[in-house]
Design a protein around this ligand. Structure first.
Ligand code: FAD
Ligand code: NAI
Length: 467
């Protein structure tokens, strides 16, 4: 057997590969194990990256068809779906190849195969062909991510009944797309196919879209998406899907029970959440504890109940987001190198890449009310922002929630163009414990959408200028 490593990372998603790079930067002899042919995990292969490629391309397609005219640009776009899917695949390849380059550059030993933990410090890697080898290390980080949550009795074939993975590659535009779950995936991929010509219905078990998101934001979004052409059926559950000749028949009923209803559709996207993925890792044999939702339980240092075995990313508690996994990867590498790695889980931005974009960081109004925290609200609509007005991207607003006593910013919620970029300054100011007044007194360039963030902060003290 070769010399032992300081660290073996299992899984090369944003959590795993970032952890391996940081560990290597800190001088740890590091190996990474990945069962896929390419690095990058869910995010780069079948998640963040391909979905954003399709969101970008389909948004421009819609803009060319319906938005260019008002700027005096005549265009009659024609969809070449095959080319659009190739554009997406090129984006994925560029990114996964980039990670392969970084792994090599950082002198991380890569093992392609499925990792199984034999005991603390020992990992067996089984390659696709079945050959096995055992590698050893002082520490093991599990970064095996998550998998699609399934609906009992509804089999995903990735052709007609798809998860997000199939919905990233429909070879033709489904005439009638039925989306189960009004969460992030349903709204992002539902938007993609609506723009490309599908008639999209989104069914949601609860009586609101985007549970967990600020209620005011979710309500506004429901109105905006409905205006764009998404049809919502809230408070409804899917009870079965029958395959018929050429199509699918979906059986629905009210969430609380009641009369059944049937609709004919061409494709169904199941997007009801994701579950931690630990299959084949051998956790039961090693005795690694998981919670009722199957998430690996870790302490403040990301260590499991078994000394020397750590876990990060989607496979542990917290939002299933790439940047959360990345930051945990950095933190655990630093801890293993004897440094004080840490992630502030209170300041993790969350973005939905529809048009308009939606971004938030920190607490929602509902959370502050439930915690009994007094707060002031500053809200500023993009309708009153100069740049949004000229660009005609006036849908949405910025909302700043600040502590009623200290003025410290507790949450920022944005619906609007470029919200994914605008949220970064909110995260920075919150990380530094800044107040609404700090944000309001910071000079923002004109004319920019970011002025709406400043105005919302001014509005906390009821002194917005342009309203
Ligand atoms: P993963 O990325 O899931 O990586 C885990 C890796 O471990 C995989 O490559 C898997 O093959 C490997 N693996 C598993 N078991 C083993 C084993 N036993 N041996 C070897 N290898 C193993 N998040 C965002 O922040 N922004 C977005 O825009 C976004 N968009 C998304 C869009 C979609 C359609 C989906 C599905 C997800 C999206 N996410 C997004 C979520 C994001 O992809 C995840 O939060 C992120 O990938 C989690 O990273 P991870 O490293 O924990 O796990
Ligand atoms: P989700 O948790 O965001 O939404 C699932 C929705 O389905 C919820 O609204 C839930 O109430 C509903 N639901 C659950 N069971 C149902 C049922 N039986 N019938 C009808 N509705 C039901 O999950 P989603 O959209 O699948 O995404 C999974 C995760 O992937 C997200 O939580 C997020 O962490 C990550 N992701 C992040 C993205 C981003 O950051 N932009 C993009 C895509 C995914």
């Amino acid at each position: 057997m070769a010399d032992p490593y300081d660290l073996i990372v299992i899984g090369s998603g944003p959590g795993g590969y970032v952890c391996a790079i940081r560990a290597s930067q800190l001088g740890l002899k590091t190996a990474i194990v990945e069962k896929r042919a390419t690095f990058g995990g869910t995010c780069l292969n079948v998640g963040c990256i391909p979905s954003k490629a399709l969101l970008h391309a389909s948004e421009l397609y819609e803009e060319a068809g319906h938005g260019f005219g008002r700027m005096g640009i005549k265009a009659s776009p024609e969809l070449d779906l095959k080319r659009m899917l190739a554009f997406k695949d090129e984006g994925v390849k560029g990114n996964v190849d980039g990670v392969a380059f970084l792994v090599k550059k950082n002198k991380i030993d890569a093992f392609h195969g499925t990792g199984r933990i034999l005991k603390a410090g020992r990992v067996e890697v089984t390659a696709q062909g079945g050959e096995k080898q055992v590698i050893e290390a002082r520490a093991i980080v599990i970064a095996t991510g998550s998998d699609v949550a399934r609906l009992p009795g509804i089999e995903i074939d990735e052709q007609q009944i798809v998860s997000s993975t199939g919905a990233l590659s429909f070879p033709t535009v489904p005439e009638r797309l039925f989306v189960v779950g009004a969460g992030v995936i349903g709204l992002e991929l539902g938007s993609v196919w609506r723009r490309l010509g599908s008639s999209v219905t989104v069914v949601e078990f609860l009586d609101r879209i985007l549970p967990g998101m600020d209620g005011d934001v979710a309500k506004t979004l429901e109105r905006i998406y409905s205006k764009q052409g998404l049809t919502f059926r809230l408070g409804t559950k899917v009870v079965g899907v029958q395959r018929g000749e050429g199509g699918l028949e979906v059986a629905l009923e009210p969430s609380q029970g009641g009369t059944q209803d049937r609709v004919d559709v061409d494709a169904v996207l199941v997007s009801i959440g994701r579950v931690p993925f630990t299959d084949g890792l051998g956790l039961d044999d090693v005795g690694v504890v998981r919670d009722a939702k199957g998430r690996i339980t870790v302490n403040g240092q990301f260590e499991t109940n078994v000394t020397g075995i750590y876990a990060i990313g989607d496979v542990i508690a917290g939002p299933m987001l790439a940047h959360k996994a990345e930051d945990e990867g950095v933190a655990v590498a630093e801890i293993l190198a004897g440094q004080a790695g840490h992630v502030n889980h209170d300041v993790i931005p969350n973005v939905i890449y529809t048009s308009p974009e939606v971004a938030s960081v920190g607490k929602t109004e509902e959370e502050l009310k439930a915690a009994g925290v007094g707060y002031n609200v500053g809200k500023f609509p993009f309708l009153a922002n100069g740049r949004a007005k000229v660009n005609k991207t006036t849908d949405g607003f910025v909302k700043v929630l600040a502590d009623a006593v200290t003025d410290r910013i507790l949450g920022v919620h944005i619906i609007g163009a470029n919200a994914s970029e605008l949220i970064a300054e909110a995260a920075v100011i919150m990380e530094f414990g800044g107040s609404a007044e700090d944000l309001a007194r910071t000079c923002h360039a004109h004319p920019t959408l970011s002025e709406a963030v400043k105005e919302a902060a001014l509005s906390v003290a009821k002194r917005a200028i342009h309203m």
